[in-house]
Design a protein around this ligand. Structure first.
Ligand SMILES: CC(C)(COP(=O)(O)OP(=O)(O)OC[C@H]1O[C@@H](n2cnc3c(N)ncnc32)[C@H](O)[C@@H]1OP(=O)(O)O)[C@@H](O)C(=O)NCCC(=O)NCCS
Length: 175
């Protein structure tokens, strides 16, 4: 899949707050997995240990989205489209020095677009209850439907319905 500009993010360096960088999102290829793995390792305390073979498998299946500014990969999202029309997010992660610049929002927005196109009706993910990312999901319009016991930690189950755009509805700019 060709990478398309899907959004604008705030630059990392302090400067004019109105300036935005173009961010491109597309499916990763296997050669890009080492850069994705570096971002996962930076965030190991949030994600746990994500192996290169898991990421390579996702890249081969076409279920690993990456966000790129210039030639630098700055975030990724590992997903799966289920037969029951639920799009599951396994991992979403942004490079440490690009967090809180809008990259997570852009990755989710692109996943939502792809998911709608593939006939999905819901985005779903699980997140440990004590992670800061829970505030991100709430901000992105997800609802916490239940709390379940994971292998080691309690997990919030978050869902967001995917609206099918109609001619009369306003554009969905939340994601
Ligand atoms: C969680 C994560 C993916 C969010 O991506 P991001 O690029 O940092 O988030 P964005 O800049 O797109 O933020 C979008 C909105 O969510 C808010 N937000 C993001 N992270 C937040 C946090 N930890 N706490 C509160 N609000 C948060 C932002 O302030 C922003 O709000 P705004 O619309 O008012 O500006 C990213 O911070 C990350 O990779 N964290 C470490 C890994 C992780 O925890 N992954 C999830 C595992 S369950």
């Amino acid at each position: 899949m060709a990478h398309a500009i899907v959004g604008l993010v705030r630059p990392v360096s302090k400067g004019d707050p109105k300036i935005r960088n173009k961010v491109y999102v597309g499916l990763a290829n296997v050669r890009q997995v080492p850069q994705v793995k570096l971002i996962a390792d930076q965030n190991r305390r949030h994600l746990g240990f994500l192996t290169s073979s898991e990421l390579t498998g996702a890249a081969k299946r076409g279920t690993l989205l990456i966000a790129t500014v210039d030639t630098e990969i700055i975030g990724f999202l590992n997903f799966w489209f289920r037969r029951d029309s639920i799009a599951t997010i396994y991992t979403i992660c942004v490079a440490l020095d690009h967090q809180r610049t809008g990259v997570g929002r852009v990755l989710l927005g692109e996943l939502a677009r792809l998911a709608r196109g593939a006939g999905m009706n819901t985005l779903r993910l699980k997140c440990p209850v004590d992670e800061g990312a829970n505030s991100f999901y709430a901000r992105m319009g997800f609802q916490c439907l239940q709390v379940i016991q994971g292998r080691r930690r309690r997990l919030n189950v978050w869902e967001r319905l995917l609206q099918v755009p109609s001619k009369t509805s306003a554009p969905d700019d939340r994601l």
